[in-house]
Design a binder for this molecule. Structure first.
Ligand code: SF4
Length: 340
C-alpha cells in the first residue's frame, strides 16, 4: 500500500468535551492558537510547492467530529480547492470514538475525508476512567462499524503506561483493537507533560510512569501482536520536537522510541533462534539489508546483549534478500561442528 505524504494541521483540543489527564495538545503539537480556515489556506499554499502533488492533509490534535458542524465545514471547505486541483489527494482527521455519528460522517464524506483516526487509548474502563476520557470501551466497536459502513479507512490509536493500566490491560486492549481489523494502529506510551493533571499526580507520587525499558519491552510485545494480525503499526511514540522535549517531566520520552521498539522485536526474535546455540559459538544472523541497523541495535546494543546472554564467541549480522522482520540463523560454527 503506497501512502501519501501527510501534512499535519493541528487543531489542539478543538471539540474535546473533556480534558484527558495526560494531554496537552498545545505543547505536543507546538500550536498555541486556534487554527482558522484562512490559516489552512495559507499553510497549504506555502506547503504545496515543497510537497508536490497528492499530499494528504491531516487535522490532528483535537476531536474533529465534535467541533461545531459549521466550523468543521469551514476547515474542510478551505481544503476543497486543493482537492479540486489534485494538489491534495485526500484528508484525514483524528477524533474520539464517542463522537462518531451518521451526521458527522456525512459531513466528513462531503469534505473529502478518507481516513478517520480514533483515539481509543484503552479498552479497559478502569483505565479510561482514571485517564479522564469521559467514555467507556463500549463506544469503540460501534464507532468502527459505522466508519466502515461509510467507507472510511480506520486507524486506531492506543496508549500504554496510562493511570491504572497494567501490561496485561494494554495487551488486552491490543487484542480487542486487532479484532476490529483497523487499517493501521498508532502506539503512544504515556509521557508526563508539564501542566497536565498527570504531572500533578506524578509530583504527589500517585502516578508512576513507565520507564523507557518498560515502554520498549511492552511496545515490542504489542508490535508483535499487530504484526501477527498483519495490521501495520504506523507510529510508535510522540513526534519529537524541541518544545515537547522541554515540557516532558517524566516518562519514556525518546526521539527514536519507534526504532527502540522495532529493534527489541528483532532481539526477541533472535533469542528464539539462539536458544539452541552452544556457548562459545561464532554466529551469523541474516536480515533484510534495510533492517541491519534494527537487528544490530543502537550502539550495537542488541549484538552486545545477545553475545553476553548466550555466551557467544562472536555474532555477525549480514544482509540477505529477505522479508522484513525475518531473521535467519545463517551459520553457527559450533552447531556446524555438532552437525558434522
Ligand atoms: S486525548 Fe484527545 S480527546 Fe483527550 S484532550 Fe487530548 S485531543 Fe482531546
Amino acid at each position: 500500500m503506497t501512502r501519501n505524504r501527510i501534512l499535519p494541521i493541528f487543531v489542539p483540543h478543538r471539540g474535546c468535551p473533556h480534558q484527558c489527564v495526560f494531554c496537552d495538545q498545545r505543547t505536543i503539537s507546538g500550536c498555541h492558537r486556534p487554527v482558522t480556515a484562512a490559516d489552512v489556506t495559507r499553510m497549504l499554499t506555502e506547503a504545496l510547492p515543497l510537497s508536490g502533488q497528492g499530499i494528504e492533509v491531516a487535522f490532528y490534535g483535537g476531536s474533529f467530529t465534535a467541533i461545531p458542524a459549521e466550523q468543521q465545514q469551514e476547515l474542510l471547505d478551505a481544503v476543497e480547492p486543493f482537492l479540486q486541483t489534485g494538489a491534495v489527494a485526500s484528508v484525514r482527521v483524528s477524533t474520539r470514538p464517542d463522537a462518531i455519528t451518521p451526521e458527522a460522517l456525512e459531513c466528513l464524506r462531503r469534505g473529502g475525508v478518507c481516513t478517520v483516526e480514533l483515539g481509543c487509548q484503552s479498552m479497559d474502563d478502569v483505565v479510561l476512567n482514571a485517564s479522564g476520557r469521559g467514555h467507556g470501551r463500549e463506544v469503540v466497536a460501534p464507532a468502527v462499524a459505522l466508519l466502515r459502513q461509510y467507507g472510511f479507512s480506520v486507524i486506531l490509536q492506543m496508549m500504554t503506561g496510562l493511570p491504572e493500566q497494567t501490561d496485561k490491560s494494554a495487551l488486552e486492549t491490543a487484542h480487542a483493537l486487532a479484532a476490529l481489523q483497523p487499517d493501521g494502529v498508532r502506539l503512544y506510551p504515556t509521557v508526563v507533560v508539564r501542566g497536565t493533571v498527570l504531572a500533578e499526580r506524578y509530583a504527589d507520587g500517585s502516578y508512576r510512569p513507565q520507564t523507557l525499558e518498560e515502554a520498549t519491552a511492552l511496545g515490542a510485545e504489542l508490535l508483535e501482536l499487530f504484526l501477527h494480525h498483519a495490521i501495520p503499526m504506523l507510529r510508535i511514540g510522540l513526534q519529537p520536537s524541541e518544545e515537547l522535549a522541554q515540557s516532558v517531566v517524566a516518562g519514556p520520552y525518546h526521539p527514536a522510541l519507534g526504532e527502540l521498539v522495532k529493534s527489541r522485536v528483532y532481539r526477541n526474535r533472535a533469542q528464539v533462534l539462539l536458544e539452541t546455540v552452544p556457548p562459545g559459538s561464532d554466529v551469523v544472523l541474516a536480515v533484510a539489508p534495510n533492517r541491519i541497523s534494527l537487528m544490530t541495535g543502537q550502539k550495537r546494543c542488541n549484538v552486545h546483549w545477545l553475545r553476553q546472554r548466550y555466551g557467544l564467541h562472536s555474532l555477525r549480522i549480514v544482509p540477505e534478500p529477505m522479508e522484513d522482520w525475518e531473521i535467519r540463523l545463517q551459520s553457527s560454527e559450533s552447531l556446524d561442528k555438532i552437525n558434522r
